[in-house]
Write a protein that binds this ligand. Structure first.
Ligand code: ADP
Ligand code: TZD
Length: 572
């Protein structure tokens, strides 16, 4: 803040830079993930000078992913700060991914001079960012006057976290940051967002309808999605599951809401319960492609759905919802819990529970046989068995997971014991979240992170190993190295010099990459070496990367999504 003389009267002045930081701090936001350059370098410097944490990345998409996962973990919007046009576009994928996954984040980008951009006169990093962002987020705002910064940040925060959470874009032109404003006026313009995500109570008649449906259910099932994990209504969700005795299935990021070892988990009998259930209670899970749109072979017999969601338009989006329950998950589950006794709802039929138990036993035995094998080289199963056994000792560890086979197998083999500890490719099945999520999770939780990564998946954000080392984060990255995308075995049918589209350099040593930045590299070719390296890496609390050598013939095209590859009937 400076004092200037105007007409012989001294006034305290401040500027746009300071107001942005003041407005964020005023709303208890303490961390910015970003990448500096014109016009926001001084903004990042100032954030740090004012006691905020600025975590600088090597690519904006990774900074955006870190912000998004911080938002998911805390219910406060994660902040990503970028430069104009290309930096903004690099961050935009993360913003869109956050919106798709219902994670609250705010992408703040500097932008070039409006009057030049709008006349398309060719400014440095010229782009109409606001309009580009609009279709990819919940809301997009631009602030033109310093006195509106407080309102702009308040609107961005509320838009990100209220209702269905998601991404918000905030455009800050370079001129705004340099604008000066009288300090008292500036101070008064700050807005503290009160009750940013208010509880939204379900209508009593909706609760009754849902309870009536549950009362008549013969084969009920509860499906927990990442909305349930996000809601932080852990105790009520657990009480609802346990009091009703209904078997449940967690979607991947809802794993750990109840420990995966819970007796009522039906994960090991997933196909069976999806096909057989008659009434399904969806708790913060959409009937999108991940749930086969609620119909078809996966769902077998006709169902009736109870759906708990904060977004009213989610209801009937794919199939008819018999009992929509619109509200926040905490309030809705609380209302159901309170009504159980009155509705006379008892534990489900023992026949249903018995059939599930039997199926679980069969499938678990089959899986155990696969997991117990020790092929040379390792395959996904033997490598994941050793990771699973080590991570059992660290129930509060954060797990990041992406890849195709690496994702599919790790999701079913590695148990989660606590809520909001698993972060993965999510609703889009996106590759590239790995190091961004790992950094976001480590910075937000202060706890160790293990990132289980396909070698292709890792490549999208691998340069952030330097960021991990720079901030000395306790992140252990395990690269499942099978020499390519999905597998490493394809050949170029022409016999030409170029390798096949799915193939990488054979026997690459990803462990050497982290050594370049002072981290610890391990090379593991057996489950024992992998377990030893992982234990040592976690215990050290230092940045580490384990190059886990996986049989290049293991795995399938697109993991479990082989059927989504278009197949033409025409003969090749
Ligand atoms: P999954 O991929 O785990 O199946 P989805 O991302 O498809 O989960 O679904 C999450 C759902 O949770 C979204 O429809 C979203 O609107 C909803 N949701 C998020 N937060 C809350 C909340 N606090 N209360 C109610 N619903 C919520
Ligand atoms: N680009 C982006 C941004 N997201 C994607 N999902 C893809 C490309 C396509 N894709 C997948 O769907 S999985 C995958 C790609 C490139 C990588 C699979 O190889 P991997 O894993 O080495 O990471 P596995 O375990 O070897 O199968």
């Amino acid at each position: 803040m400076e004092t200037t003389m105007t007409h012989n009267v001294s006034v305290e002045v401040t500027d746009g830079f300071h107001l942005v930081i003041d407005a964020l701090k005023h709303n208890d936001i303490d961390t910015i993930f970003g990448l500096v350059g014109i016009p926001i370098t001084d903004l990042a410097r100032l954030a740090q000078a004012e006691g905020m944490r600025f975590i600088g990345f090597r690519h904006e998409q990774n900074a955006g992913n870190a912000a998004a996962i911080a938002g998911y973990m805390t219910k406060k919007p994660g902040i990503c700060l970028t430069v104009s046009a290309p930096g903004f576009l690099n961050g935009l994928t993360a913003l869109a991914n956050a919106t798709t996954n219902c994670f609250p984040m705010i992408l703040i980008s500097g932008s070039s001079e409006r009057e030049i951009v709008d006349l398309q006169q060719g400014d440095y990093e010229e782009m109409d960012q606001l309009n580009v962002a609009r279709p990819h987020c919940k809301a997009a705002f631009r602030v033109l006057k310093a006195e509106d910064i407080g309102i702009g940040i308040a609107r961005a925060i509320r838009a990100a976290v209220s209702g269905r959470p998601g991404g918000v874009y905030l455009d800050l032109p370079a001129q705004l940051l340099a604008q000066t404003i009288e300090a008292g006026h500036a101070q008064r313009s700050l807005v503290k967002v009160i009750d940013a995500a208010p509880r939204q109570l379900p209508a009593p008649e909706s609760v009754e309808r849902a309870l009536a449906l549950l009362k008549d259910a013969k084969k009920p099932l509860i499906l927990l999605g990442k909305g349930a994990a996000y809601a932080q209504a852990d105790a009520d969700i657990r009480a609802f599951v346990e009091r009703t005795g209904i078997p449940y299935l967690p979607m991947s990021m809802a794993k750990g809401l109840l420990p995966d070892t819970h007796a009522q988990s039906a994960s090991a009998a997933r196909s069976f319960v999806l096909a057989e259930a008659d009434v399904v209670v969806l708790v913060g899970a959409r009937l999108n492609w991940l749930l086969a749109h609620g119909k078809g072979k996966t769902w077998g017999k006709p169902k009736q759905f109870v759906q708990i969601d904060i977004a009213p338009t989610e209801m009937d989006s794919n199939v008819a919802i018999a009992a929509p329950l619109v509200g926040d998950i905490g309030s809705c589950v609380g209302a159901l819990l309170a009504g159980l006794d009155g509705a006379g709802i008892d534990k489900p039929d023992s026949e249903w529970l018995g059939a599930i138990a039997q199926r679980k036993e069969q499938n678990t035995a089959k899986m155990a046989a696969l997991l117990d094998k020790n092929p040379v080289p390792m395959n996904f199963h033997s490598a994941l068995r050793s990771i699973r056994d080590v991570l059992k000792e660290y129930p509060d560890i954060n797990l990041v997971n992406e890849g195709a086979n690496t994702l599919d197998f790790a999701r079913s083999i590695i148990d989660q014991y606590q809520p909001r500890k698993r972060f993965d490719s999510g609703t889009w099945g996106i590759m590239g979240i790995g190091m961004g999520f790992a950094i976001g999770a480590a910075v937000t939780s202060g706890k160790p992170v293990v990132a289980v990564e396909g070698d292709s998946a890792f490549g999208f954000s691998g340069m952030e190993l330097e960021t991990i080392c720079r901030y000395e984060l306790p992140v252990t990255t395990i690269v499942f190295n099978n020499n390519g995308v999905y597998r490493g075995t394809d050949v170029n049918p022409t016999g030409g010099k170029d390798v096949a589209p799915t193939v990488f350099v054979k026997n690459a040593r990803y462990d050497k990459m982290i050594e370049a930045f002072g981290g610890i590299g391990y090379h593991a070719t057996t489950p024992e070496e992998l377990a030893r390296a992982l234990c040592e890496a976690i215990a050290s609390g230092k940045p580490a990367l384990i190059n886990a050598v996986i049989d290049e013939t293991a795995g399938t095209e697109s993991g479990r999504l082989t059927n989504l590859n278009p197949q033409s009937a025409a003969k090749k």
